[in-house]
Design a binder for this molecule. Structure first.
Ligand code: CTP
Length: 198
């Protein structure tokens, strides 16, 4: 799912990810007998059966939880991690000022969790799978991510609003590996997860 990056105690920056694809992956892996830790952002989904669930809020917390869950044979990064956080969240609720000038938010870059794990020198999971969420030039961007992140596979999906992928129950993915690209027809996120895990 997403991460939430606080602006002040009552507001945050987030995105439209539901967490469904990640939860289905965790469930599918557990069903095939894997010992699974699911590190989850804030979502409204029930814990999959037979899975250890670690709930976090921010990208920084997600990185810490992922590191704590290692070692692992396989690591799959399906979260829609916020790329930026508010550099200095306000400890109290930001009030409308008398002049009514909107507050300026200064952002700082969040850690790239997939990249950090894929490029570990020691103890790197044998198979590292990332996702690519794109709204344009899907395959070109996904191909770049395969290299720049250091992942073994990239699962690319088009998350433009008209596809209904973000928040929806279906997904149409392209699986990129060092040997090429497989494009799968649209299917349920459950079936995508089963097929990836198999
Ligand atoms: N990811 C991550 N940590 C981040 C950002 C992304 O681990 N801070 C992971 C995602 O979980 C996914 C992959 O990196 O597996 C690609 O995420 P995506 O949102 O498609 O791309 P970004 O890396 O954020 O790059 P851009 O926003 O430029 O598309």
């Amino acid at each position: 799912g997403p991460t939430h990056e606080p602006i002040d105690p009552v507001r945050y920056i987030a995105n439209r990810s539901s967490g469904k694809q990640g939860y289905e992956l965790a469930a599918a892996a557990a069903n095939l007998g894997a010992d699974v830790t699911l590190v989850s952002g804030p979502v409204s989904l029930a814990d999959p059966a037979g899975v250890r669930v670690v709930r976090v809020t921010t990208a920084k917390q997600m990185l810490e939880a992922v590191e704590a869950a290692l070692p692992a044979d396989i690591a799959i990064f399906a979260a829609a991690v916020a790329d930026w956080r508010v550099a200095a969240p306000s400890p109290s609720k930001i009030k409308k000022s008398a002049s009514n000038a909107p507050p300026a938010l200064t952002l700082a870059e969040n850690p790239d969790i997939l990249k950090a794990i894929a490029q570990m020198r020691k103890g790197r999971p044998a198979l590292v799978v990332g996702f690519a969420a794109e709204t344009q030039d899907l395959l070109a961007h996904a191909k770049k991510k395969l290299k720049s992140k250091g992942a073994d596979w990239i699962v690319a999906n088009d998350v433009s609003p008209q596809t209904g992928v973000m928040g929806g129950d279906n997904n149409a993915i392209h699986l990129l590996t060092s040997t090429g690209v497989e494009s799968w027809p649209e299917m349920s996120k459950t079936d995508v997860a089963i097929k990836i895990v198999e």
